[in-house]
Design a protein around this ligand. Structure first.
Ligand code: SAH
Ligand code: SF4
Ligand code: F3S
Length: 468
């Protein structure tokens, strides 16, 4: 059933949390410098911006390095086993540091914490962790920290997804003054058979479009040039709320504000509507770049993955997209070694990749996640088979990227200048409309501006050019 309005946390609760942030700041015996270590996707990156916003309100300042910080927090990911192992490995590394600096405070949060039993595991196996919480109670961070410092006890609080609720107006420290993330929806309802995200992020909850538009307008007023709209499945934006705008309508509204560039991720191929494609084609500011994860090229595997589209349907969407937005740059995510994947089925992924001709692709070896449907399937694929397959797929994509990028040579692209090269201060780097890094000779005063660059050569994952 649809909600009649977006489910926001009561404004009083956010006010109460802000008061607790200031109460924390007034404590004497508290950490003064922080370091936030982030794993995972843009959602997590944006959550970390909120954490930093709260940390600043709590009177802390960024530490020079992880080693010297009084407080270190790990915002974790668990989408694949290696993401989780990396996070836990670094948490353990702090155990040694804490031996020499007993006053060091350590916290762990994020998706990994939402897995069943994780709270208990942290309490048992990681006694040097002071505070642990999940994705649903990020807004309670100040309260948990205050309680840990005041009581000098460990605080572990994981909230289950009670439909989740949306915190508005928490402080945010944006990493860049030129581009900004805007979360438009939380959670995921899709339950792809291999994926842990719906279990750790809860059900889909759309923010009110009025809130999103207001946030975008204020970013525009602050001089932001590029916004990235975030959601696990942005195409189903608004579907959970009665009378809310559709994603295509939301984009059309945001386009009117005047922000130079609008991007969004991630789009689920099953509901890329004609309406959305039309908006992309006619809008002024929506980048002609679309990340459209296909995951696999074989229909049996796609069905087993619960992706709810076929290879043919996906390819039809690509044809329509290209017909209406001829210069669109497509990128994707691919999984190899899904349970039961035969050599022929894997070849279907290879042929699909060639047929679409993506500008680039993220390739992953399937990683079983406890509690998901696919983890319990028979015929898990051996590591060496998956490794061989992924190598082959990477090689195929590399060639396609190379020939696609070669086609950009001679074109003039608008580039939002990000930074000077670390090795050579006379070389600038930025992103073109297609989200590809472009390097060119220039000076640091161009940073934050959108400039015109003629592409002169193509590297493996970047382009080179000259200012015109
Ligand atoms: N919501 C997004 C992606 C979220 S996770 C979407 O639906 O496209 C990002 C990517 O990680 C996925 O696209 C998928 O390719 C990969 N992934 C997710 N679970 C995985 C698993 N168990 N093993 C390997 N790759 C996985
Ligand atoms: Fe995971 Fe599928 Fe949801 Fe993406 S759409 S987050 S892959 S369950
Ligand atoms: Fe990882 Fe959570 Fe994102 S599991 S990919 S950080 S939603």
């Amino acid at each position: 059933m649809k909600r009649t309005e977006a489910i926001e946390l009561p404004a009083e609760e956010i006010e109460r949390q802000k008061a607790l942030m200031h109460e924390f700041a007034a404590l004497e015996n508290r950490p003064h410098t922080y370091c936030v270590v982030t794993y995972g996707c843009q959602m997590n990156a944006h959550d970390s911006e909120t954490l930093e916003g709260m940390l600043l309100e709590m009177g802390m300042t960024p530490a020079e390095s992880r080693e010297t910080a009084d407080f270190v927090i790990f915002n974790t990911c668990c989408v694949r086993d290696n993401a989780q192992r990396r996070a836990l490995g670094n948490v353990v590394w702090l155990k040694e540091l804490k031996k020499t600096r007993p006053e060091l405070m350590v916290a762990v949060c994020g998706c990994m914490m939402q897995q069943p039993g994780m709270g208990e595991q942290i309490l048992r196996q990681y006694p040097f962790v002071d505070v642990a919480f999940g994705t649903h109670n990020l807004f309670r961070f100040a309260e948990l920290m205050l309680s840990a410092v005041k009581s000098r006890r460990r605080v572990v609080e994981i909230m289950q997804d009670d439909e989740g609720s949306i915190p508005e107006d928490l402080p945010v420290k944006r990493v860049s003054p030129y581009h900004a993330y805007i979360t438009i929806m939380y959670g995921c309802n899709n339950f792809c058979s291999y994926c842990i995200v719906p279990y750790v992020r809860g059900r889909e909850r759309s923010r009110a479009s009025a809130r999103i538009i207001e946030e975008a307008k204020s970013l525009y007023a602050d001089g932001v040039k590029e916004i990235m709209l975030l959601g696990q499945n942005v195409n189903s934006y608004g579907l959970d709320v009665e009378g809310e705008l559709s994603f295509a309508q939301l984009l059309a509204e945001l386009d009117k504000i005047g922000i130079e560039r609008i991007r969004f991720m991630t789009s689920h191929p099953k509901d890329i509507s004609d309406e959305l494609i039309d908006v992309m084609a006619s809008a002024k500011h929506i980048c002609h770049a679309l990340h459209l994860p296909v995951q696999h090229g074989n229909n049996r595997v796609l069905a087993s993955m619960n992706r709810r589209y076929t290879r043919e349907k996906y390819l039809e969407r690509v044809v329509t997209l290209r017909a209406k937005v001829p210069d669109i740059s497509l990128t994707t995510d691919l999984i190899v070694g899904y349970p039961g994947e035969t050599e022929e089925e894997f070849e279907d992924t290879c042929s699909l990749v060639k047929e679409v001709g993506y500008d680039s692709a993220f390739t992953f070896i399937y990683s079983p996640r406890v509690g998901t449907k696919a983890a319990a399937m028979p015929d898990q694929i051996l590591e060496d088979v998956s490794s061989r397959r992924i190598q082959k797929l990477i090689a195929i994509q590399k060639e396609i990227t190379h020939s696609n990028y070669a086609k950009y040579i001679g074109q003039v692209h608008s580039v939002l200048v990000d930074e000077a090269s670390k090795r050579d201060a006379t070389q600038m780097a930025g992103k073109n409309e297609y989200n590809i890094t472009v390097n060119f000779p220039g000076s640091a005063e161009l940073i934050g501006r959108i400039v015109r660059v003629k592409i002169t050569s193509a590297g493996e994952s970047t382009l080179r050019g000259e200012l015109i």
